[in-house]
Design a protein around this ligand. Structure first.
Ligand code: HEM
Ligand code: HEM
Length: 77
C-alpha cells in the first residue's frame, strides 16, 4: 500500500468517525429525535458511551490526516 492509499483509508475512517461523533452527540442532547431515527440503536446512554469513547480516535485520525496532507501534498514552490 502506498502513502496515497493509506491516506485514503485514514480519510474515510475519519469521515466515519466524524459522522458517528455528530450523531451520538445529538443522541445525547436530542434522544427524542435520534433514538427513533436509528431504530433504537443509539439511545441516550449508548450515545453517551460512544461519544465519550470516540473523541480519542477522532483526534488521532484528525492529526494523522492533516499530517499526511502535509507530506503527500507538499506546497508547490
Ligand atoms: C473532521 C474533519 C475531516 C474529515 C472528516 C475529512 C475527510 C476527508 C475525506 C473523506 C477525504 C477524501 C479522501 C480520498 O478520497 O482520498 C479527504 C481528503 C482531503 N482532506 Fe480531509 N477531512 C477532514 C479534515 C481535513 C483538514 C483539517 C484538512 C487540512 C489540513 C484536510 C485536508 C484534506 C486534503 C488535502 C484532502 C485530499 C487528499 C487526497 O486527495 O489525497 N482535511 N478528507
Ligand atoms: C466532531 C464533533 C464533536 C467532537 C469532536 C466532540 C467531542 C466531545 C468531547 C471530547 C466531549 C467530552 C467527552 C467526555 O465527557 O469525556 C464531548 C461531550 C459532549 N458532546 Fe460532543 N463532540 C462533537 C459533536 C457533538 C455534537 C454535534 C453534539 C450535540 C449537538 C455534542 C454533544 C455533546 C454533549 C452533550 C457532551 C457532554 C456529555 C457529558 O455530559 O459529559 N457533541 N464532545
Amino acid at each position: 500500500m502506498n502513502r496515497r492509499e493509506i491516506h485514503k483509508q485514514v480519510a474515510y475512517a475519519l469521515m466515519a468517525c466524524t459522522g458517528i461523533v455528530i450523531i451520538t452527540g445529538l443522541g445525547i442532547t436530542e434522544p427524542g429525535i435520534i433514538t427513533p431515527l436509528t431504530f433504537g440503536l443509539f439511545d441516550k446512554f449508548i450515545s453517551f458511551r460512544i461519544h465519550t469513547f470516540l473523541w480519542g480516535p477522532f483526534c488521532i485520525l484528525c492529526i494523522i490526516h492533516i499530517w499526511l496532507t502535509k507530506t503527500t501534498h507538499p506546497k508547490k514552490q
